[in-house]
Design a protein around this ligand. Sequence first.
Ligand SMILES: [Zn+2]
Length: 305
Amino acid sequence: MLRLYTHPACLQHDPGEGHPESPSRLRAVLRALDHDRYAGLDRIEAPRATREQLLRVHAAEHVERILAIAPADGTVRLDEDTLMSPGSAEAALRAAGAVVAAVDMAMAGGGRAFCAVRPPGHHATPDRAMGFCLFNNVAVAAAHAIAEHGLKRVAIVDFDVHHGNGTQDIFERDSRVMYVSSHQSPLYPQTGRADERGVGNIVNAPLAAGEGSEEFRGLWEGALLPKLFAFKPQLVLVSAGFDAHRADPLAQLQLGTEDYTWITGRLLDLARAHAADRLVSTLEGGYDLQALAASVGAHVAELMD
Ligand SMILES: [Zn+2]
């Protein structure tokens, strides 16, 4: 059984004309999942994250600032590429709340979930919105799993083409969380060197522009998955960004949809081996609408298997 968490509010966050992180991304994803092949999905409306949940990973000033920004119309700019519109705070609450609710369901024996939400989260640091991200959705969920469910080992797996600097920032001194990322380097946000290791719980694997399926699978099979299996996570969280696809306009890796099927299958092996099949995946990047829809479709189909 695969649960799909989403909320119409996630379509109301609008960073403005021409911005790559547009509502049409989520519309394309939901359209792709509105197909007979996905009829078995259990569709659930995401609740809002609570302040208490957000404050486990974010500074109070950051949470209050995001919740207080409610432009009457148009947008407010938080940094060079991160903007908020009238619907943004509500979207951010639903995005983080989706992943938290999915964790609760997984811990109650519900198995796997995919959260079709935006804004994405993995660049948001404890005290700063950046890189299209307001709250760090996956980090809020990991902290929730530890605080509410008493987990001792949570894995966050990030195959978005960008390094999740925010997630690393939040957990680099917390050995209960292992953060494992493959990403293009050099590329925004310029973090994620292999020698950034936290307290031994951070594993960064940079790929060069132009590299593709062979290098990606080689890295995961040879270096990243063995570290994850050795960690024996009780819960697998996935920062599922699809911007390493060859069609993506923001980066230059050369993955195809079959690579997303492959990595999803390997992460399911990990979840089955150690985490009682508990895997919660949440949407991060992916900016070519067709490639995004096809890649999410492949990811979700594999999760349903
Ligand atoms: Zn990305």
